[in-house]
Design a binder for this molecule. Structure first.
Ligand code: UFG
Length: 328
């Protein structure tokens, strides 16, 4: 490939949930990892792999200096705010960090001459899709500032790529869940909003009951349907995307899911089966901004990257998340 050895990868947000799993897999595969994180949303507990740089992405000069010194081959960009309802309440906070600081990062890369980029996008860019499973070519109609911030960055990347300024893979994550099967790292949110984590923390007694937000959706059992993907399979997708770019692949946008939908009730049932705890569940009204069904069409990632998931089983995903929860 004519690349220097070992390949050097910057992971922004590498102390966070998904970034830390990717950092671990990269190190295990022999890549050199530089983690950039300001620890705004994570404790640092997951900082086990790679060399840590406590930098804020607003610090473009600091990024540029680091990039010029280290000359990484690729930048993987996880660092972002992710709470959808919070983005509705505080849009500027989301645009400032998710768009503004991404621009600073891209500018620092450009100034240092680094041209390969992997972006953490989201199914939230689709809003409420017209057809399911949703394809990458579907129109982008985000319904929250969070989703909009991801769609904006995708447009910036598309234009930069068309101009020859970089090549990128944008990975549109569906519902990421689970934890490192080896139990070293996992989600560390203190106030999780995600269904599986809330269910497991309810089983642990951290919450008195679990709420089901809406039972009158036009779905088989009335609750929302999502496409849950194991965080370790998602990590593998990042490695494949990076190897694809480094071997000359052109810019791509790819859904990351399994193409299989599970309802909220189904998740609750499995969480009870995994934990063996019959925790209290209360049915309440809909949560604003929830699309009824979000399931990925996944042919493209399989075709372009040869993605073959290893943990495609919701029971296993919840089991790994539970093993982590019990230990922590
Ligand atoms: N839910 C509950 N009770 C809870 C938590 C969630 O019923 O305590 C429901 C939600 O209403 C939703 C489903 O469970 O129907 C899944 O909710 P999550 O919060 O786990 O995940 P989302 O689908 O809302 O969000 C995920 C990512 C976002 C991304 C979004 C795309 O976490 O980053 O998908 O729509 F933007």
């Amino acid at each position: 490939m004519g690349l220097k050895d070992p390949i050097r990868v910057v992971v922004t947000g590498g102390a966070g949930y998904i970034g830390s799993h990717v950092a671990k897999l990269l190190v295990k595969r022999g890549y050199e990892v530089l983690v950039i994180d300001n620890l705004a949303s994570s404790s640092g507990k997951n900082l086990l792999y790679g060399e840590f740089y406590p930098l804020d992405l607003a610090n473009e000069e600091g990024l540029c200096e680091l990039f010029r010194e280290k000359m990484p081959d690729v930048v993987m960009h996880f660092a972002a705010y992710i709470v959808v309802p919070e983005s509705v309440e505080h849009p500027l906070k989301y645009y400032y960090n998710n768009v503004g600081n991404t621009l600073r990062l891209l500018s620092a890369m450009q100034r240092a001459g680094i041209k390969n980029f992997i972006f953490s996008s989201s199914a939230a860019v689709y809003g409420i899709p017209e057809s399911i499973p949703v394809e990458e070519t579907a129109p982008l109609n985000p319904i929250s500032p969070y989703g909009e911030s991801k769609a904006m960055v995708e447009k910036i990347l598309r234009d930069m790529s068309l101009a020859g300024e970089l090549r990128y893979v944008s990975l549109r994550y569906f519902n990421v869940a689970g934890a490192d099967p080896e139990g070293e790292i996992g989600p560390t949110y203190t106030q999780p909003t995600h269904l599986i984590l809330r269910a497991l923390k309810t089983a642990k007694g951290e919450f008195p009951f679990l709420e089901i937000y809406g039972t009158d959706y036009p779905t088989p059992d009335g609750t929302c349907v999502r496409d849950y993907i194991h965080v370790m399979d998602l990590a593998e997708a990042h490695i494949l995307a990076m190897e694809y770019l480094l071997s000359g692949g052109s810019s791509e946008v790819l859904n990351c899911g399994y193409g299989k939908g599970h309802s909220v009730r189904e998740v609750v049932k499995l969480a009870k089966a995994v934990t063996g705890i019959d925790f209290e569940v209360r049915e309440t009204g809909r949560r604003p901004g929830d699309p009824p069904v979000l399931v990925a069409k996944v042919e493209k990632i399989k075709r372009v990257l040869g993605f073959r998931p290893k943990y495609e089983d919701l029971f296993l995903i919840i089991k790994h998340a539970w093993e982590w929860e019990r230990k922590n």
